[in-house]
Design a protein around this ligand. Structure first.
Ligand SMILES: NC(=O)C1=CN([C@@H]2O[C@H](COP(=O)(O)OP(=O)(O)OC[C@H]3O[C@@H](n4cnc5c(N)ncnc54)[C@H](OP(=O)(O)O)[C@@H]3O)[C@@H](O)[C@H]2O)C=CC1
Ligand SMILES: N[C@@H](CCO)C(=O)O
Length: 353
């Protein structure tokens, strides 16, 4: 049985949910997946940082009501989030990056990933910034250092769009895709259809753990833009940057726009799309679209996401599933660790007696 030592960078909704899963399911994973997870370090802007080479008790971490700088009271702890020291020196096999997504330059998460990969640690992340903005460089660091950079949760949370498209649909010849790629905006549009005002609907999405730290990224389309870049570069072999993608969000839609659409048997949806052009280039876009009720994406509700992949050999293949949520996204991290384990990239993990 393998034990993976992990370091958590950021201890908000997603990494707390992963910690909850570790507390509840380590034994099950040991039996069914062949490994268990041991948290040897945590760093968080609000709580501080801690290294514990023997491991921190997951249930205690979740249950304790730490105040600001609270990790400073723990053995091996500090009231400051010393990410660089934690990432470079903690005895971790895997660094789990779940700090906030910076849609502009991806920092500080790009540096977090780089420090981990350079020091021979695998990285799993749900953070869209480093993947959209620095994936080629980070993949190169991973290769040079014989470790892996995994990021299934960066698009569609725990729903396996990236691995599904890359592995199971290999050879189907993808030509483009269109989809609902932001749980918050889709949830907000649905709540507005029930008559709730925009600001209250955004607050609900924040409470449910769907929204970004700054929900402007959700409602202005910046989050979808990152996801279009990730899917286009990963699946269509493009080399797009966020600024290459035209981008409009849902913040301009009023309750009367929503009502008018309903009267015309249609619904507003925020659509992210990319298509390969005849000359081989790839064009991406993000904008609200009024879809007729018979459109395959019109019935996608709440924080659910869906992507329709346009393939040469199969026609349209649509993947639907959770697009946001704490536990759902923590599952994406687990699926990345399963991928690392399955690839046999476990040379740094300890074999338990
Ligand atoms: N929630 C979801 O449904 C999904 C989230 N994601 C992505 O996963 C990541 C985590 O999401 P989530 O947990 O919901 O976000 P949260 O905002 O709940 O958590 C992020 C945590 O990281 C901390 N943090 C921010 N900057 C730093 C830093 N420089 N060093 C250390 N800690 C830092 C924050 O502290 P503080 O609060 O003090 O700033 C917070 O505790 C984000 O990048 C998000 O975009 C991806 C898919 C789905
Ligand atoms: N804020 C994002 C999280 C998932 O990336 C959303 O609502 O879709």
């Amino acid at each position: 049985m393998t034990i993976y030592n992990i370091a958590l960078i950021g201890f908000g909704g997603v990494n707390r949910a992963l910690t909850e899963l570790i507390a509840a399911k380590n034994q099950l994973w040991e039996r069914d997946l062949g490994f268990r997870l041991n948290i040897v370090a945590v760093s968080d802007l609000y709580l501080g940082s801690v290294i514990s080479p023997n491991g921190l008790d997951a249930k205690t971490l979740v249950d304790a009501k730490f105040e600001k700088g609270g990790f400073g009271q723990l053995s091996g702890g500090s009231a400051e989030a010393d990410n660089e020291t934690i990432i470079k020196t903690a005895p971790a096999d895997i660094v789990v990056e779940a700090t906030y997504t910076n849609p502009n330059d991806g920092e500080p998460a790009v540096s977090h990933c780089r420090w981990a990969l350079e020091t021979g640690k695998h990285v799993v992340t749900t953070n869209k910034g480093p993947v959209a903005i620095a994936a080629p460089a980070l993949k190169a660091f991973a290769k040079t250092n014989g470790v892996r950079f995994e990021y299934e949760g960066a698009v569609m949370s725990g729903t396996p769009i990236i691995r599904m498209a890359e592995r199971t649909l290999a050879g189907a010849e993808l030509k483009g895709f269109e989809g609902i790629l932001n749980g918050t905006s889709n949830f907000v549009l649905g709540r507005m259809e029930s008559g709730l005002d925009f600001a209250s609907a955004v607050k609900e999405a924040q409470k449910l753990g769907y929204a970004e730290a700054d929900p402007t990224a959700d409602v202005e389309g910046f989050d979808v833009r990152l996801k279009v870049v990730i899917l286009a570069n990963e699946l269509l072999g493009a080399n797009l940057k966020p600024e290459d993608i035209s981008c409009k969000g849902v913040s301009g839609l009023s309750l009367s726009d929503i009502e008018e659409a309903a009267k015309a048997n249609s619904r507003w949806k925020l659509i992210g799309a990319a298509v390969r052009n005849d000359d081989g280039s790839v064009t991406g876009s993000v904008s609200p679209k009024r879809l007729g009720l018979d459109h395959p994406l019109a019935g996608v509700n709440g924080a659910t996401n869906a992507v329709s992949l346009d393939t040469e050999l199969l026609g349209a293949v649509t993947i639907t599933g959770p697009g946001a949520g704490r536990i759902e996204t923590a599952y994406a991290l687990l699926s990345d660790i399963v991928a690392i384990h399955s690839a046999g990239a476990s040379s740094t993990a300890k074999e338990a007696a």
